[in-house]
Write a protein that binds this ligand. Structure first.
Ligand SMILES: NC(=O)c1ccc[n+]([C@@H]2O[C@H](COP(=O)([O-])OP(=O)(O)OC[C@H]3O[C@@H](n4cnc5c(N)ncnc54)[C@H](OP(=O)(O)O)[C@@H]3O)[C@@H](O)[C@H]2O)c1
Length: 402
């Protein structure tokens, strides 16, 4: 593929698909062009000539002259079908679909090995931030101790608008959607599921451990109120939705939830749709990556970088994953490496005390009840917060106090 012009079969022409189209048109170094674009809605107006479009996936998947399938649709189930068919047909794939990847990581890993094809997805985590290839290549031999990330551009945009511009949650979310940062189903963003999917991808590439999203504690910002913002502001803190994967001995602590961060944290100044990722190594100490985490051109440029990587036959080596698999053997599942039995100091704002039932509270530092706001600052068992995730609580807001 090195010297010939790459022919791209593109699925999806929404925020990211159109971003890729524009970025590709402005790129001078890459010899690639979009051959066909498969979309869903026949009645939608398109910005470019209809000649490019099809509504039938096999018009791309069965073609012999397509070198790369670029999958940028907003439906994880359809995406899985497209991506697995392309791989089985021997076509390399680029995708930004974190939900499809996190839900099907094991299968997609196997299909790459069985079919000798490459599946790469830098745009799926951190938008424009080059993190996955860095974890695969640069940090391959580094003894990583933790990776933490502010991974959802919409949540960070909403939190920043609430904190700096005094906007309500609903107005800030609407603005994030207008700007194209939010997922089609915004619940995936605000309830933390998008962050969770990205966290699972980072855990696989940083530590070689494949976790299923349902195994990981995740709490979002959907119940945040102005009172929580005021509480943080009064203490000189900001609220950020942070994902953490930390190695402790042979075990991993993995979870995602809102955190109070202070001025001396690099996350404090990551604002609006920016994402930030902190990688900590045993010898390298902390390193930070900051950049646009969502949006048309930032994500489009990450996708373009992946297409370019395919010109020199790039594929993830999955060295850490293969090592963990060989250590575990066939009988032990990687979930045994996950340790959810940790304690964490948190701020819990609630309406009714009954909502705290089921949360194992170990020690209370602060407790406040008034007509306007009720909250606790307490050390709790992390595991006992799972039921808030499962019950989709619509009132309780939990934020880690580091
Ligand atoms: N937006 C971001 O900032 C961002 C950042 C990182 C990653 N991502 C990921 O990138 C992917 C695309 O996101 P987006 O924001 O570009 O979504 P979007 O703006 O909603 O666009 C989705 C596109 O997918 C097409 N589509 C849906 N189902 C299809 C199917 N079965 N076959 C063919 N086309 C289909 C739609 O077709 P029609 O045009 O006909 O409706 C539309 O063009 C998602 O996986 C998302 O998680 C997005």
């Amino acid at each position: 593929m090195a010297n010939k012009k790459i022919s791209i079969g593109l699925f999806g022409f929404g925020v990211v698909g159109q971003g890729l189209y524009d970025v590709l048109n402005h790129s001078q170094g890459l010899s690639a062009s979009i051959n066909t674009i498969c979309v869903k809605d026949r009645n939608k107006k398109r910005k470019i000539d209809l000649f490019y479009f099809t509504y039938e996936k096999n018009d791309i998947l069965n073609r012999k002259d397509i070198d790369v399938v670029v999958e940028l649709i907003d439906n994880a189930q359809d995406a899985l079908e497209i991506v697995t068919t392309a791989m089985k047909n021997g076509i390399n794939v680029v995708t930004a679909n974190k939900k499809m990847l996190a839900d099907n990581f094991e299968l997609l890993f196997k299909l790459q090995q069985e079919n000798g094809v490459s599946l790469i997805y830098e745009g799926a985590v951190g938008g424009s931030i080059p993190i996955i290839r860095n974890l695969e290549e640069y940090y391959d031999n580094e003894l990583l101790s933790s990776i933490r990330g502010l991974l959802n551009g919409s949540c960070n945009y909403i939190l920043t608008c609430m904190e700096l511009n005094n906007m309500s949650f609903a107005d800030a979310l609407a603005k994030a959607q207008q700007n194209g940062f939010a997922e089609t189903d915004a619940w995936l963003d605000v309830a933390g599921f998008d962050t969770l999917n990205k966290l699972c991808l980072l855990t696989a590439h940083a530590f070689g451990v494949i976790l299923k999203p349902e195994q990981v504690l995740t709490l979002g910002i959907q119940n945040i109120s102005d009172d929580d913002i005021l509480y943080a502001r009064a203490k000189g803190l900001r609220i950020k939705l942070l994902a953490t994967a930390r190695k402790v001995g042979e075990k991993l602590h993995v979870f995602a939830m809102p955190h109070f961060v202070s001025k001396d944290s690099e996350f404090y100044n990551a604002l609006y749709e920016n994402n930030a990722i902190e990688v900590e190594g045993a010898f390298s100490d902390k390193q930070y990556f900051v950049g646009k985490g969502a949006g048309s051109y930032p994500t489009g440029s990450a996708v373009l970088s992946d297409i370019s990587a395919l010109t020199y036959k790039y594929r993830y080596g999955y060295r850490k994953l293969k090592k963990v698999k060989s250590q575990l053997g066939e009988n032990l599942n990687a979930v045994h490496l996950l340790d959810n039995s940790i304690n964490q100091k948190v701020y819990i704002r609630y309406k009714d005390k009954a909502e705290l039932n089921g949360i194992e509270i170990l020690e209370i530092d602060e407790s406040y009840e008034s007509k306007k706001i009720n909250y606790l600052v307490a050390t709790v068992s992390l595991k006992s917060l799972f039921h808030l995730k499962e019950s989709r609580s619509q009132t309780v807001f939990v934020c880690a106090v580091s």
